[in-house]
Design a protein around this ligand. Structure first.
Ligand code: CTP
Length: 406
């Protein structure tokens, strides 16, 4: 996952309870600070057996809150003041013991008391424990109770555990937790909706090692997948070849060619209801008519004949023309005459919303500027980080969806 720096800096109160995964809280602190957020760490006594408070102090740039009886604040009321100053309360790792204490509303140490005093502060717990402990009915009861109390539980993930066993109980990786934390602050504009996206380039093979492609990195589509997930949608990303890691929380269908992308999109559309389709992929317009078997070898003094090309299907236009078409959003990657070309493209593809941008000024970059075109007219969005732009586009899309019941 790649995390472009967002525009808004927030204050995160990061609680660490006792578990091996406490070492990952160091990396989480670093990522939060790198993303521009302020971090105040609070550790349980057990957590200090796993990582030293000095490490967290150095990474956060702030003294670590450790003991309710030795407060950092002059008021002597750390358990109130620290949580009142926070935009989010996060506990990572959250041990079985911490979950039990929080579910019962105990206040037997500083971290438990912070969880009691949290009031309306968005709160996220990242459970981490042995798989049998996580599966224990008492732990599941506590997790359910906490969810019912309005706490967001992130993870645990499945995989190899520090104890050598394999199963569900691993703490989410720090990068995924960063996404979960930043999602706490996003309005749930797409809650309950299903969003299908295409993103990245396609690669059209010519022989076993060569082919046609383009400069799309996938960054804008990945950012849109993340922004839609943050807004509460179930997201499926049909992704062409990209160096980017799969986005957290999103189901990825990896494809290579335009024909595979089209098939994957059709399968998704016929598999389940889809509310929004966003075509962010830079689909290759043509593919070699024939794929040569093996590798075309060099012949001295003679360049090989270029392959004959045939047109790829227009995936977006096909989806927009369906009787059961979801709300369709297209992109226009132009090299000039942006408005004229984008207007014509919106008409031609029959989509309600088109995002026009200049390919050479967006491909591979972390920021982008664009113009929105719909039936009402055009509006420019200034250059900003792709994640911020994606969040703006999610707002624009949500505001155009038919009003929902209930
Ligand atoms: N698109 C698509 N299938 C294609 C070509 C494009 O789904 N075979 C989608 C893109 O994902 C994008 C929009 O259509 O949302 C416009 O893509 P773009 O490459 O800008 O335009 P083209 O239709 O390829 O037209 P041109 O190359 O002439 O600009």
């Amino acid at each position: 996952m790649n995390t472009p720096r967002g525009a808004v800096a927030r204050r995160v109160l990061l609680g660490i309870s006792g578990g091996v995964a406490a070492y990952k809280a160091c990396e989480l602190t670093r990522l939060l600070v790198k993303a521009g957020h302020q971090v105040q760490v609070a550790m349980t006594e057990a957590a200090t057996r796993f990582v030293g408070p000095v490490t967290l102090q150095a990474l956060s740039g702030r003294a670590v809150a450790l003991d309710i009886w030795q407060p950092l604040r002059a008021s002597g009321m750390d358990h109130i003041d620290l949580v009142r100053e926070a935009d989010a309360l996060v506990v990572a790792p959250a041990s079985a013991d911490l979950l039990a204490r929080a579910a019962c509303g105990m206040g037997d140490d500083l971290l438990a008391t912070l969880l009691l005093a949290r009031d309306a502060v968005p709160t996220l717990l990242a459970p981490a424990m042995n798989r049998a402990m996580w599966a224990h009915p008492a732990v599941q009861r506590n997790a359910a109770r906490l969810r019912a109390d309005g706490v967001r539980l992130a993870g645990p993930a499945s995989g190899e555990q520090a104890c050598g066993e394999v199963g569900e109980g691993r703490m989410l990786e720090p990068e995924a937790l960063l996404w979960e934390i930043e999602a706490l602050w996003q309005p749930q504009l797409l809650q309950g909706l299903r969003v299908l996206l295409t993103a990245g380039p396609t690669f059209e093979p010519w022989d076993a090692v060569r082919g046609l492609s383009n400069r799309s990195s996938g960054k804008m589509g990945w950012a849109l997948a993340r922004a839609a997930w943050e807004a509460g949608a179930e997201v499926v990303l049909v992704a062409g070849p990209s160096a980017l890691a799969p986005p957290h929380g999103v189901r990825v269908v990896a494809v290579e060619t335009a024909l595979q992308m089209r098939q994957a999109v059709q399968d998704e559309l016929s598999g389940a209801r889809c509310d929004v389709f966003i075509a962010a992929a830079a689909v290759a317009d043509w593919r070699p008519r024939e794929v040569q078997p093996g590798k075309i070898k060099k012949e001295p003094g003679r360049a090989p004949q270029l392959p004959e090309l045939e047109a790829n299907p227009d995936i977006l236009a096909e989806v927009a023309a369906r009787g059961d078409a979801p709300f369709c959003v297209g992109f226009a990657a132009e090299a000039g005459d942006l408005l004229v070309n984008a207007r014509a493209k919106r008409e031609r593809k029959g989509v309600p919303l088109l995002v026009g941008n200049l390919g050479p000024q967006t491909f591979g970059r972390d920021d982008n500027a664009c113009v929105l075109l719909d039936a009402q007219g055009e509006r420019e969005l200034p250059r900003m980080p792709k994640l911020d732009l994606a969040r703006r586009l999610v707002q624009e899309i949500a505001s155009r969806l038919p009003a929902r019941q209930g």
